[in-house]
Design a protein around this ligand. Structure first.
Ligand code: HEM
Length: 78
């Protein structure tokens, strides 16, 4: 699977995980704590994992747009 295909899968998963995080947080007084204390962190850490993958798979774009490269540094005057 190439980066683009991986992002096509990861991005909607990220959106759903974030939505689920917000929904569980909103209903945290309704959801029994025994369930919340497992469900919310599992969703949260899965979301963080997806964020990390999202950044890694978009690293070329990030580097290009924020000029994080050795070439960009070479032109700088100190
Ligand atoms: C980055 C993703 C997130 C992670 C890793 C995360 C993780 C956690 C953890 C470990 C807890 C403690 C659960 C416990 O008491 O055992 C917690 C509680 C909580 N989180 Fe998150 N969370 C995330 C995102 C969010 C978001 C997006 C919201 C709100 C929109 C939110 C709202 C809350 C609230 C309100 C509590 C306190 C619940 C309570 O004890 O009454 N969290 N979170």
């Amino acid at each position: 699977m190439n980066k683009l295909k991986a992002l096509l899968v990861i991005n909607p998963i990220m959106a759903l995980l974030f939505l689920a995080l917000v929904v569980t947080a909103i209903f945290n007084r309704v959801i029994p704590y025994q369930i919340y204390s497992i469900l919310h962190p599992v969703l949260g850490y899965s979301f963080l994992f997806c964020v990390l993958c999202h950044i890694v798979f978009n690293w070329v774009w990030i580097k290009a747009n924020f000029k994080i490269s050795k070439k960009a540094d070479a032109g700088k005057k100190i």
